[in-house]
Design a protein around this ligand. Structure first.
Ligand code: NAD
Length: 502
């Protein structure tokens, strides 16, 4: 681990009440078990695993470790519930989703405290996530009653072509730790709106948030079996067994590209429809003539939202040579001003990474970049105690180097200069990923560049794009399909053509 550091960023001592989340009392009331067929229950063999607070390594809870049989029981429950749920009038499904939105809005702070406790992120990021996560229930409550179809005349004029959209069926939802609420709600809400029943498999680092959301669905009256939650550790064999259950028709996965590839192979055996929200390596292009203040402001949001642990995080900063020094200096100053410490202390802007392993991954990337010749202008010193990694800035980074081609998933800004716009576009596209890109500059020029960048989303003069009303997803190895928006529900619907002679 590097000891180079321009200033010490050891975690701050937590402030006094009332700026600190009272997580422990929330934990007492949150489920720590599996949710199968409308019941919270322990694993059938009684096994549990520990969930930790990354800020200090302390144990938060012992969560039930689902056996393969528990996971298959959850799929059976979802299969049994499917016919009733898909036949439930869309208006009724919509009202349950709306009620979930209302409850989660009311309990936003409690949800945010749990997110911070098990994920480590700053409380402000957790509140942002809780709000974003909750919005998917409102959005898809509105979409549930607008499932369309089509009615066409055949070219010969003597036949009617009816296309209707039916729920695809039992869906397996697998989610990561970085947005433990939003990645689950972005799947559960459209699936339920479409009339599908689901089994949710959250990341083992952050099951408490998912369990909280699932319990709200129980509390508002979603029928037994429609939503189930399992937490097998390790995940691989049990998820594979679920994907081989004959009732399963859909896999919706958010996580790393590596695991996504494995699951696509698993899903192939039974030709299970698969949606994939995978990794990203977002370029952030600052064009000649760009407003540097605006670019730095946008860069801070694009980089530091969720402490850098976001698939949408700006990773590769390509800055025109004419603005390189000014941008690097201002970015370093902005990063330096960030306060780091336990997320439960609401004054801190940067919390812990999810685990010491994640911190060490980020530290390794930075250390090797410096060894390859990058210039460390800030940070680079992994603090001891808790999974903290400080705001870090690297300049003179080489395009094509390890840190430039790897999803960093931490608070590290890696800056590369460029001399002409074609070169910037070429470098931006030179990656296996294609999730999101950011472009700052004169609007007409920035839009022209946005059109040449190969990614599912491009932010022009904006640092954040995620919006429940917009289609979220990537090209290339960043994924398949879209979430959110009116496109998101289509992932859980299947088209059926009915031909009528007339
Ligand atoms: P991960 O791929 O390690 O794990 C994701 C989920 O898959 C977890 O629930 C995990 O338990 C499960 N899993 C792991 N191995 C498995 C296996 N062999 N079979 C079945 N399930 C398995 O990802 P992570 O570390 O939790 O999350 C970080 C990654 O997620 C990053 O790459 C990030 O870019 C990506 N992500 C993408 C989006 C998006 O919308 N594109 C959003 C958030 C995160």
């Amino acid at each position: 681990m590097s000891t180079r550091c321009s200033r010490s960023l050891a975690p701050r001592t937590p402030a006094t009440e009332p700026t600190r989340s009272d997580t422990r009392s929330h934990l007492m009331t949150s489920p720590h078990d599996l949710f199968i067929d409308g019941q919270w229950r322990p694993a059938s063999d009684g096994r549990r695993f520990a969930v930790h607070d990354p800020a200090d390594g302390s144990e938060l809870a012992q969560f039930a470790a689902a056996t393969e049989a528990d996971c298959l029981a959850a799929v059976d429950a979802a299969a049994d519930a499917l016919a009733g749920w898909s036949a439930t009038p869309p208006r009724q499904r919509s009202e349950l989703l709306r009620a979930t939105f209302e409850v989660l809005t009311e309990e936003r702070e409690q949800l945010a405290a749990l997110i911070t406790a098990e994920n480590g992120k700053a409380y402000a990021d957790a509140i942002g996530e809780a709000t974003y996560a909750t919005e998917f229930f409102r959005w898809f409550a509105e979409e549930a009653v607008r499932i369309g179809g089509d009615f066409r005349l055949s070219p010969s004029g003597d036949k009617t072509i009816v296309v209707r959209r039916d729920p695809i069926g039992v869906s397996i939802l697998v989610t990561p730790w970085n947005f433990p609420a939003a990645m689950a709600t972005r799947k559960i809400a459209p699936a339920l709106a479409a009339g599908c029943s689901v089994v949710l498999k959250p990341a083992s680092q952050t099951p408490l948030t998912a369990a909280y959301v699932v319990d709200v669905l129980r509390r508002v009256g979603v029928p037994p079996g429609v939503v189930n939650l399992v937490t097998p550790v390790p995940a691989g064999p049990a998820v594979s067994a679920m994907l081989h259950h004959p009732a399963v028709r859909k896999l919706s996965f958010t996580g790393s590209t590596e695991v996504g590839r494995v699951l696509l192979h698993e899903a192939a055996d039974q030709v299970v429809s698969s949606s994939m929200e995978l990794g990203g390596n977002a370029p952030f292009v600052v064009l000649p003539g760009a407003d540097v203040d605006a670019a730095v402001e946008g860069a801070m949001v694009a980089k530091m939202r969720n402490g850098g642990s976001a698939c949408t995080a700006a990773n590769r900063f390509y800055v025109h040579d004419s603005l390189l020094d000014e941008f690097s200096t201002r970015m370093t100053a902005a990063m330096k001003a960030i306060t780091m410490g336990p997320g439960a202390d609401h004054a801190n802007e940067l919390g812990a990474l999810v685990s010491p392993e994640e911190r060490d991954k980020v530290a390794g990337l930075v250390d090797r970049a410096v060894a390859e010749g990058a210039n460390l202008t800030l940070g680079g010193d992994a603090a001891q105690g808790g999974a903290f990694y400080p705001p870090t800035v690297l300049t003179d980074v080489k395009h094509g180097s390890e840190i430039n081609q790897t999803e960093i998933f931490g608070p590290v800004t890696a800056i590369v200069g460029f001399s002409d716009v074609d070169e910037a576009v070429e470098m931006a596209n030179d990656t296996i990923y294609g999730l999101i890109s950011y472009v700052y500059g004169d609007p007409a020029q920035a839009l022209a560049v946005a059109q040449r960048i190969d990614s599912g989303m491009v932010a022009v003069n904006r640092g954040v794009l995620s919006d429940p009303a917009a289609p979220f997803g990537g090209t290339k190895q960043s994924g398949l399909g879209r979430e959110g928006s009116s496109e998101g529900i289509l992932e859980f619907l299947e088209e059926k053509y009915i031909g009528i002679e007339v």
